[in-house]
Design a protein around this ligand. Structure first.
Ligand SMILES: [Zn+2]
Length: 335
């Protein structure tokens, strides 16, 4: 056994000592997470909320949100969480609510924290069709020219960081249906709209609007109550802001948003504004530094981060976010 795995076991044993009784078996290693199921009032829309922080042994990789919509003709799932075990737990939650078959899983974007759970739907959830915007194919095997997260490297990293929930058996499930810009579909009298807003946070960023109930699944285009993650080679700030603009102009305004990370909100405009303000703030600070030829470290230290420094994920993401934007602004300045 790899020494890292032994350390993992020790951490797991000590972490779960107090809550051993609540361990839940899955075909992919036991989980000690409660994974509380929430429901949108007045709508057959359910969701689970990820924990803050980067995926690690303590949160078992449960850092993103996911949800599902129950109709009379089947279930539509949005995102599948960050490990097969978590996907299986979500599946269990769905089965607590309905016996309807799971018809579709819509993937907001292909990043590890949202897609490894697809394996559980494939192997134990009746193998529903998986839908994503077509740039997601770039994640699977370079079939598009998008510069996605390096899927193989990420999987190797997660096999270490999230062992035993991600292991040698974990594989990435590809979408079997893709769309380009926008698509609508209906199931059991409920209308769904998918819209591509990427590349923003990731190439295939997709939102899903559950039209009958005005519920918006925003994926990682909206972050609520935590610092967004901009530090990825594929992040495109300008398009991201355009995507937020699109959401702000949506008519009628959705009455509820379930973001990719962080807490859902009934104030959709405020959730959009919070994400936009953060991106604007970092962009303005870094643009000025890049134009004035101030080195990054100096610019970072000189920026007043007090509005954000107490937010979850600030420590983990803020500096990397700023650096990523600084590089983008620097490239712009020399154009
Ligand atoms: Zn994410």
């Amino acid at each position: 056994m790899n020494p890292k795995h032994i350390i993992c076991y020790v951490i797991l044993l000590s972490a779960s000592f107090g809550s051993w009784a609540s361990e839940i078996d899955t075909p992919y290693s036991a989980s000690s997470l409660e994974m509380k199921l929430h429901k949108v009032e007045g709508a057959p829309v359910y969701y689970v909320i990820g924990l803050s922080g980067v995926p690690d042994a303590a949160n078992e990789g449960h850092t993103s949100n996911a949800g599902f919509v129950v109709t009379d003709a089947g279930v539509v799932v949005f995102d599948a969480l960050g490990t097969p075990a978590l996907g299986y737990r979500l599946l269990q939650r769905i089965r607590e609510v309905t016996d309807q078959p799971i018809k579709r899983v819509i993937v907001s974007h292909y990043h590890a924290d949202h897609v490894y759970g697809l394996q559980a739907f494939e192997e134990h959830g009746g193998d529903p069709s998986v839908w994503a915007q077509h740039l997601a194919l770039g994640y699977i095997g370079g079939t598009t020219d998008s510069q996605g997260e390096d899927a193989e490297r990420r999987l190797a990293q997660r096999r270490e960081a999230l062992f035993p929930w991600v292991d040698e058996r974990t594989h990435i499930v590809a979408p079997d249906h893709t769309f380009e810009d926008e698509m609508t579909f209906e199931l059991g009298g409920v209308s769904f709209m998918l819209k591509h807003l990427g590349p923003a946070h990731a190439p295939a960023d997709t939102i899903m609007l559950v039209k009958n109930y005005g519920v918006l699944f925003s994926g990682d285009v909206i972050y609520k109550g935590r610092v967004p993650f901009l530090d990825s080679p594929e992040t495109d700030i300008k398009r991201w802001l355009r995507g937020l603009e699109y959401l702000a102009e949506m008519k009628p305004t959705p009455r509820y948003v379930i973001p990719g990370h962080g807490m859902p909100s009934e104030d959709v405009r405020e959730a959009i504004t919070t994400t936009r303000n953060y991106i604007d703030f970092v962009s303005d600070a870094m643009r000025k530094a890049a134009e004035d030829l101030v080195p990054f470290d100096e610019a970072y230290e000189a920026t007043d981060w007090s509005a954000y420094k107490d937010m979850p994920a600030f420590k983990a993401s803020n500096r990397g976010n700023a650096y990523r934007i600084f590089l983008e602004m620097e490239a712009d300045a020399f154009k």
